[in-house]
Ligand binder design. Structure first.
Ligand code: URA
Ligand code: SF4
Length: 279
């Protein structure tokens, strides 16, 4: 229960200022609570080697005190890809069903399905739109450029890929990285709903318009949906909408708003923890 309910530590605030000034980019060795007066790092997301995952941050370990978060893998050094969906037979079975799925035309163009990755007991679930080229090649969501920014966003929240769960609306890559059609998303979303049911997150962060609109069954744009929690009957879990990291790469001026959204999400998460877990 070390999370400050109303705000952040001075060190974290400093880091956030730093991040904002640097357009959200900090080096792999920087992390909340670490050296705040870090020398200037090159600006630009490409400077971030987020696949060299940092050792588990003390802050992340404090989050792991929560009963629902498994401890980070021992050893400290980078586990580049946590075992996807490890530890939950139902999730594994669902993953196999997805791997064999031909329910929509996207199956024809995939190298492999991209089911999802992370902690099967995660409190946080992040949902994107669908695999891109790199994801299709590697079978893991958000491993391209946008994924590196997502890793930074997670780190700024004192989270990482081993403590959250990351998935997409569609599990197969749409050709040329176009948006999935309504039909494709409709065919695939039952898998995501089942993932949500099995994982039982406390909060879903919808990344970008496709995720937000398909989860909330609305046509409203992200700009209108962000900044508040949405309670979709069918999901049994509140949804916070923010910008997709790929959009933030194209429009870095919006990062501040995305960070506001993530801060709101953190406050809501803390409030839910306080409400639901007896001390
Ligand atoms: N964009 C997404 O929406 N999902 C991914 O997995 C990668 C990029
Ligand atoms: Fe099946 Fe989803 Fe792939 Fe379509 S995108 S083939 S519904 S797994």
């Amino acid at each position: 229960m070390s999370w400050p309910p109303g705000g952040f530590s001075a060190a974290q605030r400093d880091l956030l200022d730093l991040m904002d000034a640097r357009a959200w980019t900090f080096r792999a060795t920087d992390r909340p609570g670490a050296e705040v007066n870090a020398p200037s790092a090159p600006v630009g997301e490409s400077a971030t080697q987020s696949r060299q995952a940092p050792p588990p941050a003390p802050a992340a370990q404090s989050a792991a005190q929560d009963r629902r978060i498994a401890p980070a893998p021992a050893g400290g050094s980078a586990a580049p890809s946590p075992p996807p969906a490890a530890g939950r037979p139902e999730l594994e079975a669902l993953k196999s069903a997805v791997a064999a799925c031909t329910a929509c035309p996207l199956h024809a163009g995939r190298r492999q399905t991209v089911f999802g990755v992370g902690n099967p007991n995660a409190e946080w679930m992040f949902v994107g739109e669908g695999p891109g080229e790199e994801e299709d090649r590697r079978g893991e969501p958000f491993v391209g450029r946008a994924g590196k920014l997502l890793d930074n966003m997670l780190r700024a929240m004192e989270l990482d890929r081993t403590t959250v769960y990351i998935a997409n609306i569609v599990k197969c890559r749409p050709p040329g990285n176009r948006n999935p059609s309504l039909e494709e998303a409709g065919a695939c979303i039952p898998y995501l709903r089942r993932q949500i049911e099995l994982i039982g997150p406390r909060l879903i962060v919808a990344l970008g318009a496709v995720a937000a609109q398909r989860l909330l069954e609305t046509e409203q744009p992200v700009g209108a949906l962000r900044g508040q929690l949405h309670h979709a009957e069918a999901l049994r879990c509140p949804v916070l909408v923010t910008y997709h990291p790929a959009y933030l790469l194209r429009s870095p001026g919006q990062k501040r708003k995305a960070w506001d959204d993530l801060q709101l999400a953190m406050r809501e998460m803390e409030a839910m923890r306080q409400q639901r877990s007896p001390a």
